[in-house]
Design a protein around this ligand. Sequence first.
Ligand SMILES: [Zn+2]
Length: 210
Amino acid sequence: MSSQRALYNEMHSELDSRTAPDSPDGIEGHVRNILKHMGEDPDREGLLKTPYRVARAFEYLTKGYQQDPKEVINNAIFTEEDYSEMIVVKDIDFFSMCEHHILPFFGRANVAYIPNKRIVGISKVARLVDVYARRLQVQERITTQVANTLMEELNPLGVGVIITAEHLCMRMRGVEKQNSIVTTSATLGAFRTHQETREEFITLVNGRQR
Ligand SMILES: [Zn+2]
């Protein structure tokens, strides 16, 4: 056994069976195979720890599967009888992975709602976006999931979500118009039925670019 191989084994000794390198179904074993298919030597020095690193990266980038979006919101809801103006949380940075290519897409989410006595901590809105983004996704679905969850959990007068993002599966693969930014939106309640509300939201989002 080479010293590199020994180091590799030592590094893995503390891991549970789910992520054991020798488990044929583990991500690491599959990454090793992918490297071989590329024509690479997974045992060369630079790649020796790569399956381990990729598995850890995937765990982090898809940790949203282990998180309950409703729990995130419900732990931070409070009652506010008097405030019924639009609340806008702007420029929430997010990073996600497209489910078609498992490549990153990333951008900013803008989330607004008009409360009906129930208000949620602002940081939790950003957390909600993160929980949905840390999964294999399409941008359209994050947009509607964030809107629907807020609608269900807060019962507000309306919700609006606008997400802009760039997709590396477009840019890196040389798809035409590769610099284009994709914009998606979801509107519920007053944001859908009242044009003035929708326009106020769009004005607030566009008002002061970061
Ligand atoms: Zn894609």
